[in-house]
Every structure is written in C-alpha cells, then in structure tokens.
Design a binder for this molecule. Structure first.
Ligand code: HMG
Ligand code: MG
Length: 302
C-alpha cells in the first residue's frame, strides 16, 4: 500500500454543510464556524456560494460572510461561482479559490444549475479565464460521479468526459463528488481512475457524502490510489438542495480521526475541530453527525 504521508482537508461545512439548512443561519454564526475551523488548523475552508438567492436562500449573505472573516495567513478561502455573475460578485470579497460545479449527469446539471453539461462548460470558461487573470486558483466539482438522484448509476465514462471538458477550459483541480453518497469503494475507484485520465494525482480530490455510510470506506479506497485531498464537512452537516434525501459530507472529525490513527498528518487539532463542530451543532440544536465527535464528547463528559 502506498498511502500518502499527508492529507489536505477542505472543510466545506460553512458552504455544503449549511446551504441546505431551512432556517437562515446568521452570518456571524457562519463566521464563527470559519474562525473555529481555522483555529483548529484547517488550511482550506469553503466559505460560501455566490449563487442565486432564489435558488439557495441560505447563501444570500455571501458578501457579508466573506467580509466578516478575520483571515489567517496560510489559509485558503474558497467560494462557489457557477457563472460570471457569481464571479463578479465574489471578486471584491477576495477569495483565494473559486469553484465551478458541473455534473456527470445531465438531469442533475439541469436541476442544480439550470443548464446542460455542455452549456455549463460554456458558462465556466470565462469564469476560469477571469479568475486566472486575477491570480485565483480554480477548482471544478464533478457532481454525481457515481450516481444521480434522477438518472441512477452514472458510468465512469461520464466522469471522464466532464474531466476532459474541465481540463480543456483550464480548470486547475477537480473534485470527484459522490453527491448522494451511494458510491462504494470499487465504483468510487473507477470514477477516480476516469478523472485521473485527465488530471494529475495532485490535482484531484474526493468529495464524499455519507448517505449510505460509505464515505470513510470510499476515502480509504481513494487514499490507496494516492489521492491525498478530500472535502469533508464539520459535524457531518449538509446535503444538496437539489439531491433530495442525500445527507451531508463525511464528517471532518471522522476523516481526521481515521487519518491520524493511520499515522497520516493533516495539520488539524482534532480536539479543536470537535469544538468547532460542537459550536455549529449547538447553534442548530442537534448533535454532531460524527461518530468520532460523539465518542470524544462522551469521553470528555465522563
Ligand atoms: P439561471 O436561472 O439559469 O440563471 O440560474 P440566469 O442567468 O438565467 O439568471 C436568473 C436569475 O438568477 C437572475 O435574477 C439573475 O440575476 C440571477 P432575476 O433577474 O430573476 O432576479 N443570478 C444570480 N444571482 C446571484 N448569483 C449568481 C447568479 N446567477 C444568476 N451567480 C444559477 C443559474 C447557477 C445561478 C442557478 O441555477 C443557481 O443559483 N443554482 C444554485 C446551485 C447551487 O448552489 N447548488 C448547490 C451547490 S452545488 C453542490 O452542493 C454540489 C457540490 O457540493 C459537489 C457535490 O456534492 O456534488 C459542489
Ligand atoms: Mg456536496
């Protein structure tokens, strides 16, 4: 086994985690989560989305949230920008990275961003160009890389096609996303292999929702392929508004516990990370959706 010695985690809790919350979460709570994550040593934080407030009302305070963060040197703050309007709104807030998000399934592309895969690439191309002109790194998410809530199983060839299209327009890095958490290790491996035909191992990450409890297994399967970058969500928060029934990303706490137990460095202080997840869970009046967090909080209470 050739496991990477170090893993980079992007905590997507403030964005993917909170975007699906029905009641508006105040900007200062979102900012408080970002601050706690960076204090825990998280070096990459997906803060918010510049999307239509009619589509995702929870992200309507994107400017306020970005403005309220006291930035820590060495931390990369990313935001979602599906089109030029999103990028133009995001630029004054000085993101370090922007994320364009496409899908390997036509039906999901339509439901999520209201256009076909081909049209989405046309929309992303100027976003990539302008972001690069401003010195901003561009990540691309490929949703429904193994399964789609509308189309069912998604073939690896679909992932390969979107990876190729993203490469052609200059997207720097791609995230292979199991949006609805249906993937199992062999299928996730095939989706990763498809993405690896167009992107280097250093430019690929895994983004696994945990709906069926497979996300840690899928993370391990990807680690064994050498993939060393993962998105995860503080306290396991989240879900996509356009993927009904899908739960949050794998909890960052669970991934960090697993990696540290395997001797893999993340630069994250697990105890402080637990506190960050507890902070947002307390606000939402629920328990953190993380087994490692539950175990450690129980131990602390004993
Ligand atoms: P559209 O309707 O095709 O866009 O939406 P449009 O250009 O025709 O504009 C329609 C209206 O939206 C206009 O406003 C625009 O100004 C406005 P109106 O005249 O009706 O008042 N608009 C915008 N407003 C703010 N920011 C913008 C923007 N663009 C247009 N950027 C659009 C296209 C993509 C905007 C829309 O479909 C949308 O906002 N979708 C939301 C998508 C989303 O946020 N999904 C969740 C995040 S993705 C995800 O969770 C998956 C991921 O985690 C990976 C995984 O797990 O799979 C990343
Ligand atoms: Mg997601």
């Amino acid at each position: 086994m050739n496991l990477p010695p170090r893993v980079k985690i992007v905590d997507v809790g403030p964005r993917d985690g909170l975007q699906n919350e029905k009641d508006p979460v105040p900007a200062d709570i979102k900012i408080g989560l970002v601050h706690r994550l960076q204090d825990a040593g998280v070096k990459d934080i997906e803060v918010t989305s510049f999307v239509s407030p009619k589509w995702v009302p929870q992200m309507a305070d994107a400017i306020e949230v970005m403005a309220g963060i006291q930035r820590k040197p060495g931390v990369r703050y990313s935001v979602l920008t599906p089109n030029m309007k999103g990028l133009e709104a995001a630029l004054p807030t000085r993101p370090d990275e922007v994320v364009v998000f496409g899908a390997a399934s036509e039906a999901f592309s339509q439901r999520n961003i209201n256009c076909s895969i081909a049209e989405s690439i046309e929309r992303f191309a100027p976003v990539v160009e302008l972001a690069h002109a401003k010195g901003i790194h561009v990540r691309g998410a490929i949703s429904c890389a193994v399964g789609c809530p509308y189309e069912g199983d998604v073939a690896p060839e679909r992932v390969e096609l979107v990876a190729k299209l993203m490469k052609e327009i200059g997207v720097d890095h791609i995230g292979v996303a199991d949006t609805i958490g249906v993937g199992t290790p062999a299928r996730v491996r095939r989706a990763m292999e498809a993405a690896l035909r167009h992107y280097d191992i250093d430019d690929i990450s895994g983004h696994f929702h945990d709906t069926y409890g497979q996300a840690l297994a899928n993370t391990l399967a990807s680690l064994e392929m050498g993939v060393w970058q993962y998105d995860a969500s503080s306290a396991g928060l989240g879900g996509c508004p356009y993927a009904k029934g899908a739960t949050g990303n794998v909890a960052t706490e669970d991934v960090v516990y697993m990696l540290h137990g395997m001797g893999i460095d993340t630069g994250i202080d697990l105890d402080k990370l637990i506190d960050a997840g507890k902070y947002i869970s307390d606000y939402l009046q629920r328990k953190p959706n993380s087994r490692a967090s539950t175990a450690i909080l129980n131990k602390r209470a004993a």
